[in-house]
Design a protein around this ligand. Structure first.
Ligand code: NAP
Length: 282
């Protein structure tokens, strides 16, 4: 029976530390503040927003929301980003993506001020991860996965880490962060041949594939540590991930649950990045 890599024990410690950092900022007259820009009412955005607001409250971070209709014009989105950029009381900005098809995603990423890019979507933040210079912030989910592994003292150095998925939001930046920890990293995607076999050989398997419970027992082997990044809503309204949780529980050494794993860490990292941005901009 696998050990469960639950996020809450890690998040509790983080929140206490973040709260004291925001109190120090408050003494300097600074209230760390996150600006959230959401277009539409997608259920997964709303669910992440609830988690983010909760963690921000616990960490002493204020949240200001701008919500735009699904059919909003690109110029309105860019104008709202510019308002957040210019507002000195806002230190971090989270933009929910994917945006509706009438909005050019690259224009949005370019419009965002890199110093306030607490979810690592600008080219400058990406360059920071890929060059190892840590300018800006990595996206919250990859850093959350790393933080979860660190909290449970999972050794990474020299280990065979397989990342299933190569998106700019999760797979690619996470691979770079694992590489920096001296893991030997394999990145898999939809054209990978012998995918199940490659995954079975992993010491650490991270699933960020966006396919409900795709990682079945054929992908798993005893002794593995499995981090499930996927989030899917089942017909009965409950959540599941990219991994067949029951199979992983039976076979692996450790597995992160959905909910209560990578997603919970992601929201906590967002609060952390906002406080860091406030400290840097302060
Ligand atoms: P994405 O942009 O759709 O990328 C999915 C990746 O998986 C792609 O690289 C794709 O390969 C690969 N893939 C898809 N089907 C595959 C298959 N059958 N075999 C092998 N590889 C396959 O997704 P994402 O944004 O990275 O998100 C991944 C999952 O994480 C989703 O479930 C999402 O909801 C979840 N997520 C969770 C959080 C959180 O806070 N926990 C944050 C972000 C995302 P190609 O590149 O070849 O197409």
């Amino acid at each position: 029976m696998a050990k469960l890599l639950k996020a809450i024990p890690a998040v509790k410690g983080m929140m206490a530390e973040l709260k004291s950092r925001s109190e120090i900022l408050a003494q300097r007259g600074i209230t760390p503040t996150l600006g959230i820009l959401r277009v539409g009412e997608r259920e997964d955005d709303l669910s992440y927003e609830r988690g983010a607001v909760k963690r921000c409250e616990q960490a002493g971070v204020q949240v200001r929301k701008t919500v735009l209709p699904q059919d909003v014009k690109q110029e309105t989105v860019l104008r709202e980003i510019e308002n957040f950029n210019r507002n000195k009381e806002i230190h971090g900005i989270l933009i929910f993506r994917p945006l509706p098809s009438q909005i050019d995603d690259s224009a949005v990423c370019k419009a965002l001020s890199p110093e306030k890019d607490v979810d690592g979507i600008t080219a400058q933040s990406m360059a920071g991860i890929f060059s190892g210079t840590h300018v800006g912030f990595p996206p919250c989910t990859p850093e959350g996965c790393l933080e979860l592994l660190r909290h449970y003292d999972i050794p990474l150095q020299g280990k065979n880490a397989v990342v299933l998925g190569r998106s700019l939001v999760v797979g690619k930046p996470l691979s770079m962060l694992l590489l920096e920890e001296n893991a030997t990293v394999t990145i898999c995607h939809s054209r990978t041949e012998g995918l199940a076999e490659v995954c079975r050989k992993a010491d650490i398997l991270i699933a960020a594939v966006g396919k409900r419970e795709m990682v079945t027992k054929e992908f798993l082997s005893p002794g593995q540590v499995v981090v499930d990044v996927g989030i899917h809503v089942k017909e009965d309204g409950s959540l599941c991930g990219d991994v067949d949780f029951e199979a992983a529980k039976e076979l692996a050494e450790a597995v992160s649950p959905v909910p209560g794993g990578a997603g919970t860490m992601t929201a906590a990292i967002l609060a952390k990045h906002t406080i860091e941005a406030a400290e840097r901009l302060g």
